[in-house]
Structure formats: C-alpha cells, structure tokens
Design a protein around this ligand. Sequence first.
Ligand code: S3P
Length: 456
Amino acid sequence: MSALLVEPGTRLSGVTRVPGDKSIAHRWLILATTARGSSRLVEVPRSLDVRSTAACLAQVSTTARAALEGWAGNDRAEPDGHGSTWNRGDAAPPERSLEVEGGGHDSLTAPARELNCGNSATSMRLLAGVAAGIAARSILTGDESLRRRPMERAAVPLRAMGAGVDTTGGCAPLTIRGGGLRGILYRVPIASAQVKSCVLLAGLFAEGVTVVEEPAGTRDHTERALAALGGPVVAEPGRVSLQPFQHVGFTGTVPGDLSSAAFLVAAAALTGSALTITGVGLNPSRTRLLEVMGRMGVQTTQHVDHEELGEPVGDLEVEACAGLIGTRIEAAELPLVIDEVPILALLAAHATGETWFLGAAELRLKESDRIAALVAGVRALGGRAQDEGPDLVVGGGGLSGGHASGSGDHRMAMALAIAALAARGPSRIDGIEAAEVSFPGFVPTLHGLGARIEEA
Ligand code: S3P
C-alpha cells in the first residue's frame, strides 16, 4: 500500500485533461462486442474497472477476444480475498484505443471461465444483463469488496425476463443461465443506472419491448448510445423503452470523466486557483455536481463543442473561488451526484456552515461504506462529520490536516488527498494507489498542476 504526503498551501494552475469516462467506456465496450462489424474506440481509460469489463467480454466473444484480452492486459486486480491488490496502471501497456470486431448478439458464447469483475459493480451488473442474453451458464465474481455488494437488484428483473439467476446470499458469485428472454416493464425500486442498464442490455436480446421506469433520474449513457446507434429507444424523464435491434460497429472517442474532473475542480476551488479541463463529458445527467458546487460558491463554465455517440463533450473552466458555503443535497438530487459525494463532503469540510446529504443510505453499498469512511476521513483530518441515520452531515470550518485512510476506496482516497491541499498542516493519506481504479495518473496530474505532493 502506498501513501500520499500532502503539503498544503500551493496554488494550482494550468489546462489539463482527465482519463476517459468509466461509465461510458463500460457501455461502449459492451456495445462494440455485441455489434455486428468492427468498432474503433479511442481514449478508453485504462482504469482497472474498465479493464475488468474488457477481460470479461473477451470470454464471451470469439471475434473480439484477442483485441479485448490484449488491451485489458493480465495485471488487473484478481479476486484474491483482500480487495486491495490494486496493480499500478503504469505496469500495463499504454494503449487507450482499440479495435473490436463484434459478431452480433447471436455470436456470443459460453465463457470458458468465471467472469472476474475485479472491484467493479458496474461491470458485474451490466455484464449480468449481457450474460442473461447468452444461452449458456456464466459465473460472475469479483474481489472481496465487490462480493459484499448487493446483486439481487440486478437478479430480480433478469429472472422476470426469463433468465435463471442464483446469487450467493444476495451477492456475487452470481450464476446466470441465460437465453430465451422476453421484454418486461420493470420499475426499478431504487434509483440505479446500473440496474436500468442491466435491464436495457438484456432487452437487446429479448423478444418484445423492454421498458424501465426509475424513481429518480440517473445517468443515461446506455440509452444515449443505443439511440445514437439507431436503436428504437424512447427515453423520457423517468422512463426508457427499447425494442430489440442489432446495431453495427461504430467509432467513438470516450469523453473525459466528469467524476474524475470533479476532484480537480475541487482542488482548484480549495486552493483559490483557476483551471481549465478540456475534452470532458458534459452529459446533463452527470453535471449536477457542478450545480451543487455552484451553490457552494464554485463557479464553473461549460463549453460543449461536439457530441460523441450522443454524449456532449467540451471544456470546463473553473474560476478562482473566494470562499465556500455549506449546502443541502436533497434525497431526489443525490442519485445525480452519487459518485461525487466523497469530494463534495470533503469540500464541505472547508466551507462555512453545515452541509447535509439527505437520504444517503445507498452510499453504504459502494466500494466502501462511504458514510462511515467519510465520517472517519473528515475526522482524521481534523474536521467534523456525523452519521445521522440515512443522512450525512458535514460541519464546515476547515481541516487541520492529519493521517487518514482511503478505506480501500478510490474516490475516498482521492477526496481526502484533495481536501488535504487546503488543510492548515501537512497530511498523509494511506491507500492512494486505489485511484487507479477510476483515475489512472491521478497523482502525476495533480503534481503537474503544481500540488506539493509525494508518494511514499
Ligand atoms: C454507474 C452507476 C452508479 C455509480 C457507479 C457507476 C454506472 O451506480 O455509482 O459508479 O456506470 O451506471 P448505481 O447504479 O449503483 O447508483
């Protein structure tokens, strides 16, 4: 395990990029593998999670296997029971582009071995939808952290569509006997883009129409990509319907990941710096974090300049911030900032007044129990945070700095590192290598912007 030593007090400056969007990359890799014909994907992030999806897809496609396996590499995290064996991204080959030869939905085959999703719940829940469409038996597993996360939420609709799905006490390993699916109307009980996408992807293999209704808006990358590929998809607020169709190969450059950019936006805000992040995804189902940060006093401007497979892309400018104020994130807004709660909470620790995250129970089911990890992390750096039942409250007033752990969770480790940039004294953040799960090059990027940090 490696630690990050952070010396506060420097201004950051520059124009930078972030690695490609993890959520989008999972989906495009799946769609390239299920397409008929060849696809070219550019700027696919070499994060461990995305490589897990590629390695699993290689198992079920003879046409795409060599390209996907070669790209994924063999140094991904294995489900070794520790959940913290992140391998360094720089040990892997640097290609961020790949050509995938898809053979169409019908060409997918039984996997030769277990589908190892590593640390990635998105891989597991999305691939469960694909496995349900393959007339064969698939077993999906993952690392210790992933094997603790709830999988019935994906199993329930897949069973209703006709797949046989066994969970292990509600979690992975999952055994899926796929094939013979029929479309359903599914009302997702808890807002989840992963579950929505699992059902829609299974719907590609089903007979008849598949409809998904969600209780609150969630990221819409699956429906955007399907529509851009010419699919009979109707997406309205809270409802998506899809007729099965066979798409053909496509080309796309994965936009920069706004969830990764959020750490840099926060870093700029906390150090009173102006920053520009280029080529970033600005899909409105992901930009709520900028509104929340705006309420806290962080002014940003979005310049959308083009679309990639239905995804708006452009530059994001962050203005130097004069001071932060606390805010309330209501339960209905929370699913739209679900991945940014760690960085928003650490930003809140530097604000004036309290910040409330209402109805935040889903955070307990992420890569770590993020409510517990945030309370512990904020306190370890000398701040105030409280678990208030389903809500999380963070007291403002600034941080003194200290010794905190990333709890084996990429977003926790990065959020703590960023918060430490504005603490009153130096800090040590343990487990910074977890950043490779979603933001390969996090430490060098921050260093390049002028942060006084050192890996130990
Ligand atoms: C994701 C959906 C969210 C998010 C995750 C990525 C996706 O999970 O937290 O990091 O790509 O669909 P839920 O669907 O569990 O909310």
